[in-house]
Design a protein around this ligand. Structure first.
Ligand code: ATP
Ligand code: PRP
Length: 218
């Protein structure tokens, strides 16, 4: 039997991936939220899951430490996607990449020619490209989380972050001022693994695709 390793992150991606895995007949033996184990077996003895940070999934797959994985488009844009085949948009973990500022902040004035906008973000490549396309000069400040705090304490004028319900922005008296991109999670497959382990991997891709098609038709 061909050994397969699947890279997943804990939290929303793991939860939303369970039905997809089930459609391919794969059931994890443990819940990573309750276990400290980083390698989790499945009901299929030759298939295992590795639990990594969401932003590390493309790296594990790129280097072949995992045969495939699931990663947000946000993470994939920042990673660059080298060595990865991206056959499916799984339509899970859906959200929007937005620019947000404090309520009442004059964003139009702050983005006039000659101005420099201070932008805090976990996504410097996405932010740099967005503002370059608009011709707005920015100073980017790299953060690893809780971006919403930055404008509240004077670290930045604006943030580039993910928004889903909008509750986090609202709770922190911020408002979205620009939509950069719609985000969802993708299946990412190591290109060499797809060739070498095609017979094992392609049926899983097909099973995932069938679930997405059925969801879209519903
Ligand atoms: P890391 O642990 O690497 O810092 P993270 O904390 O952003 O990553 P998660 O919060 O599990 O990891 O998010 C995983 C993916 O889910 C993100 O890359 C993004 O594509 C998507 N996502 C993030 N926030 C939301 C949200 N509020 N609603 C829906 N999807 C989201
Ligand atoms: C994400 C994102 C926002 C929040 C938006 O954070 O960075 O803070 O979700 O979601 P909302 O619009 O539904 O409020 P997450 O929950 O992943 O926290 P983390 O980045 O600290 O892991």
């Amino acid at each position: 039997m061909t050994e397969l390793t699947i890279a997943l992150s804990k939290g929303r991606i793991f939860e939303e991936t369970l039905p997809l895995l089930a459609s391919a007949g794969i059931v994890p033996q443990e819940n990573p939220e309750q276990s400290r184990k980083l390698i989790i077996g499945t009901n299929r003895p030759h298939i295992r899951l590795i639990i990594v940070r969401a932003s590390d999934v493309p790296t594990y797959v790129q280097y072949g430490a995992a045969d495939f994985g699931i990663a947000g488009k946000d993470v994939l844009i920042e990673h660059g996607g080298q060595g990865l085949y991206q056959p499916l948009d799984l339509n899970i973990a859906r959200c929007r990449m937005m620019v947000a500022v404090r309520e009442g902040f004059d964003y139009a004035a702050a983005t006039q020619p000659g101005c420099r906008l201070r932008v805090a973000t976990k996504y410097p490549d996405i932010a740099a490209e967005h503002f370059a396309n608009k011709g707005v000069h920015v100073d980017l400040i790299k953060l690893y989380g809780s971006m919403e705090l930055a404008p509240l304490v004077g670290l930045s004028d604006a943030i580039v972050d993910l928004v889903s319900t909008g509750n986090t922005l609202k709770a922190n008296h911020l408002q979205a001022v620009e939509h950069i991109a719609d985000i969802s999670s993708r299946l990412v497959v190591n290109k060499a693994a797809l060739k070498l382990k095609y017979a094992a991997i392609q049926p899983i891709i097909d099973a995932f695709a069938a679930v997405i098609e059925a969801d879209e038709a519903a």
